[in-house]
Design a protein around this ligand. Structure first.
Ligand code: ADP
Length: 325
């Protein structure tokens, strides 16, 4: 059976971008493939974080996964740092990949600007660790958002290089695309992200919070009329209308925009209500897992045991092929 791998950082609560770009893909694949879905805590610590709350944040993502419908009977749920082979494979793969290529990657460049005082080796090394995450399980499909495409390309390059140097070992992973593989930010530019404040709506947000977050989203009221803009705050609000299938509203507000009489408060209210309606069942179900910590503990433990076993199989082969044993 084909393998699938994907991971989410524990930098905050899951937001709409994570849900549409990654979790929806995971849900679509868990019935037909051998899947490993991870909370990638080792990637989390490459940007400023609080060690006191990290463990709880990791657990919250596991609970979000379960609430969203990832079923431990169908897939393996993993906490990355508990499967030590990720780091071992990442180091071995780093010895066959060039530094200059890593320095050129968009995420590294963005993070350098976002955290100029926190440019660490781990940040540069991120795509190598991500390649190791995927290749450790010989995954062929990776359900992630479009922002991760350059990193999947690195994983393919590393797989090809390894295979050519040491013999056929790894498949070349492909991204599994979802309909919402790019959810725009609420700050008017870029993608929705946990690590950009004001950019996101969390799956656990209540109606008031969603309203507040949308109220802060910029619009381009200075230049209304004519064709809808392709980028910026207004374009992003329309993208959200489309994502939530508010087709009628989309047509109406577009006409209003062209006629220079759009009321963004109305648009945002329609969006807030629809988003909240979609999130309500998720929020009700989450309480079941929050109230059952023993169940969550046993799911985490089982994932660790099974994933370590799968990982060790690959590592035995890699150590042998690289001449280390
Ligand atoms: P974040 O940037 O919010 O910290 P992660 O880096 O942990 O998110 O990414 C977790 C997954 O969610 C990845 O598959 C990523 O591609 C996806 N993802 C993150 N943000 C978005 C977005 N705005 N739109 C679509 N997918 C996204």
């Amino acid at each position: 059976m084909k393998r699938v791998y994907s991971g989410i950082r524990a930098t905050g609560r899951l937001h709409l971008g994570n849900y549409f770009g990654a979790v929806k893909g995971m849900l679509a694949l868990q019935d037909s493939y051998d899947c490993v879905f991870s909370v990638v805590d080792l990637h989390t610590i490459t940007i400023p974080y609080d060690p006191k709350t990290l463990k709880q944040s990791v657990r919250e993502i596991i609970i979000d996964y379960l609430t969203a419908g990832l079923d431990p009977k169908k897939c393996h749920l993993e906490i990355q740092s508990t499967v030590l082979q990720h780091v071992e494979l990442a180091y071995l793969l780093s010895t066959i990949y060039q530094v200059s290529r890593l320095e050129d990657l968009p995420t590294y460049k963005e993070k350098k600007i976002q955290y100029p005082k926190y440019v660490n080796m781990g940040l540069l090394y991120y795509p190598v660790l991500m390649a190791a995450d995927i290749l450790l399980y010989k995954a062929e499909l990776v359900p992630v958002g479009i922002d991760q495409e350059p990193h999947i390309e690195v994983a393919r390059e590393i797989a090809r290089k390894f295979n050519s140097m040491f013999g056929q070992t790894f498949p070349q992973p492909q991204r599994f695309k979802t309909e919402g593989d790019y959810v725009p930010s609420l700050v008017g530019a870029g993608k929705m992200s946990k690590s950009i404040s004001g950019s996101f709506i969390n799956l656990t947000d209540d109606l008031e919070t969603i309203r507040k977050r949308l109220a802060g989203a910029p619009t381009d009221s200075g230049v209304i009329g004519g064709e809808l803009p392709k980028t910026g705050g207004t374009a992003n609000l329309f993208a959200l209308l489309r994502l939530f299938k508010l087709d009628k509203e989309c047509i109406k507000f577009e006409q209003d925009y062209k006629a220079k009489k759009i009321r963004y408060s109305e648009l945002k209210e329609a969006l807030a209500k629809t988003i909240f309606k979609e999130l309500q069942p998720f929020q009700a179900k989450r309480k079941e897992f929050e109230n059952n910590p023993t169940l969550v503990d046993s799911i985490i433990e089982e994932g660790q045991i099974k994933c370590s076993r799968m990982a060790e199989e690959t590592m035995k082969e890699v150590r042998l092929k690289m001449g280390l044993v």
